[in-house]
Write a protein that binds this ligand. Structure first.
Ligand SMILES: [Zn+2]
Length: 164
């Protein structure tokens, strides 16, 4: 009985978890240092919007999802609660992406994916085999230093956000 309830709960929260994991997957490639739950929520809602969803999540709900994904938030001084982008977190996020079937094409704009670009090089994406299109074709990565100089012309979507 208990496990059935758990399953029902999971399918109901499935999309939220997917959206939060996708947002985190995106953030851990373009954010360094700390990530507040508030700022993550903005990305989560962007992900939901891209998927055509009309609802948005509140930071509190995102916090709940993070807990259910076993990602521990901490207090970030006067910024409020959030996550520290550490190697450990980045590793967890890639594992999660791989478990939930999220790939780099989920965090890129269509033009970049159509052109076969995966954006910046990431060892973890390579290890987890996440550099693929939906049809299974491998995406090309680009040298991040070269790309930084031409970042806006590449249009991968990963460089649209300035590194804070
Ligand atoms: Zn990666």
């Amino acid at each position: 009985m208990e496990s059935q309830n758990e399953e029902a709960k999971f399918s109901q929260h499935n999309e939220r978890e997917w959206a939060v994991a996708t947002a985190l997957f995106q953030e851990c490639h373009c954010t360094t240092g700390a990530l507040t739950v508030g700022s993550l929520t903005g990305t989560v809602n962007e992900v939901l919007g891209r998927r055509g969803e009309t609802y948005t999540l509140e930071p509190r709900a995102v916090g709940d999802v993070l807990r259910s994904l076993r990602l521990q938030t901490c207090k970030l001084g006067n910024l409020g609660r959030g996550l520290r982008i550490t190697q450990q977190l980045t590793g967890q996020v890639h594992q999660l992406a791989s478990d939930l079937g999220i790939t780099r094409s989920d965090i890129l704009n269509y033009q970049a994916v159509d052109a076969g670009y995966a954006g910046c090089l990431c060892k973890l994406c390579e290890i987890h085999g996440l550099l693929v299109r939906e049809d299974g074709t491998k995406l090309r990565t680009v040298d991040p230093f070269k790309t930084l100089r031409e970042k806006d012309s590449v249009g991968t979507g990963l460089y649209g956000k300035r590194i804070r």
